[in-house]
Design a protein around this ligand. Structure first.
Ligand SMILES: [Zn+2]
Length: 403
């Protein structure tokens, strides 16, 4: 809706200033040249606005070592800028299958406090939502912030998100969450604007913002653990698809007559390469059932059966990823989730399958690398989501409305 003053020079300048601050909030640390690139503003405009923001104390410079590739352009270190506004913050909430994690971070991208609580999230949805709100208040108290300092919350759930209805998109993955309007429920409990995203997309956002995808515009992040999902980033944005289920690579059919998958199809990638499939293949050891982490540890220790189970899983994942490479031609495939802890034992076979099954031009240019974040990928992704989507004006409005 048009506001009074739209189109005037002062209004235009304020809008440009907001775009520069938005770019800094999204990137954490960045150069003037990059701000010009992502906002589409001229370098002169960015330079003037940054100078004013520095004088006001809202923006500061960071020391960058000349060996840091992110800060060097043509051999000369570029000045990296960051927001200095420490009065506002965002909240990230990650619902795993059996835990809730919460973090608070300021707009300069520093995580100030975080905590974790274990509970049966799958079956106790309302309890999990209530617990997360208690934990938000705990971390805020710890860092001395009121809710009125928070400009928004990012929330992750371990399954597809139906963005139209604001609910969990699959009853088979999160049985206790059927029909629950997570966004509405959390906005009511927190009194904050919230954004919801699935775990693989959040992993992709964390890698895009701070990790192995930071210098990439098109890449695929793979979360390989209990399930297998992909977060697809195209031109710097996470691809959601028509109803939010883009990236469900774990249910790519590899064998039409294969084992029955919980999704109702047969021979999905998850039936041969997910954590439970790998554990099932290795079987018990001296009557003791193993976890995926045990299989990875044993493989590192030289256990030939565990090594074979992991490399076979990598090969199968690579078949599905080769198809993805043909479709989106990524610069990089970032492998995250617990399976990435197996390192080259899994990454090597993924590369071999891509070389074998993807078209030559796509296979030739793609790098397969481990993710930077594993255990905290979703939590940091939820923080990144809040930093990207929150409107700083919210805290000011919320504070004003309480008067
Ligand atoms: Zn399936």
């Amino acid at each position: 809706m048009a506001n009074k003053g739209d189109g005037t020079l002062a209004w235009l300048k304020e809008r440009n200033r907001e775009r520069v601050i938005g770019a800094l909030r999204e990137q954490g640390r960045t150069s003037q040249a990059d701000i010009a690139r992502v906002t589409g503003l001229s370098r002169t405009t960015v330079s003037k606005l940054v100078a004013e923001l520095k004088v006001s104390g809202l923006v500061g410079e960071l020391e960058v070592s000349s060996t840091d590739p992110r800060g060097v352009h043509g051999g000369r270190p570029a000045v990296q800028l960051t927001l200095r506004d420490t009065s506002k913050a965002v909240v990230g909430i990650d619902f795993g299958h059996s835990h809730v994690q919460v973090a608070v971070a300021n707009l300069a991208h520093n995580v100030l406090a975080e905590r974790i609580r274990y509970l049966n999230v799958n079956h106790q949805a309302t309890e999990a939502l209530d617990a997360s709100v208690e934990m938000v208040d705990e971390v805020l108290a710890q860092v001395g912030f009121g809710r009125d300092c928070i400009i928004g919350a990012g929330i992750g759930i371990p399954g597809p998100v139906d963005r139209v209805r604001g609910t969990a998109g699959s009853a088979s993955i999160l049985p206790g969450w059927v029909g629950l309007r997570i966004g509405v429920e959390m906005e009511r409990r927190l009194g904050l604007p919230v954004e919801i995203e699935n775990d693989a997309n959040l992993g992709a956002l964390a890698e895009l913002t701070w990790g192995a995808g930071r210098d990439c515009s098109t890449f695929a992040y793979l979360k390989a653990a209990t399930g297998i999902g992909a977060g697809i980033v195209i031109d710097g944005k996470v691809l959601r698809g028509a109803s939010g289920t883009a990236g469900e690579i774990g249910h790519t059919t590899l064998d039409e007559g294969g084992a029955l998958c919980y999704c109702g199809n047969r021979g999905c990638l998850e039936t041969v390469a997910s954590g439970p499939a790998i554990v099932g293949l290795v079987g018990t050891s001296n009557g003791e059932s193993l976890l995926l982490a045990d299989v990875i540890d044993r493989a590192a220790g030289g256990d030939v059966r565990c090594r074979r189970a992991l490399s076979d899983a990598g090969r199968e994942i690579g078949v599905a990823v080769a198809g993805l490479c043909n479709l989106i031609n990524p610069e990089r495939v970032v492998v995250g989730g617990l399976l990435s802890r197996a390192g080259e034992l899994v990454l090597g076979p993924i590369r071999e399958s891509i070389q074998r099954y993807a078209v030559h031009a796509a296979a030739e240019c793609v790098q397969v690398v481990p993710a930077v974040f594993v255990e905290r990928a979703e939590l940091l992704g939820a923080v990144a989501l809040a930093l990207r989507t929150s409107n700083p004006a919210f805290a000011a409005r919320a504070a004003g409305s309480q008067e």
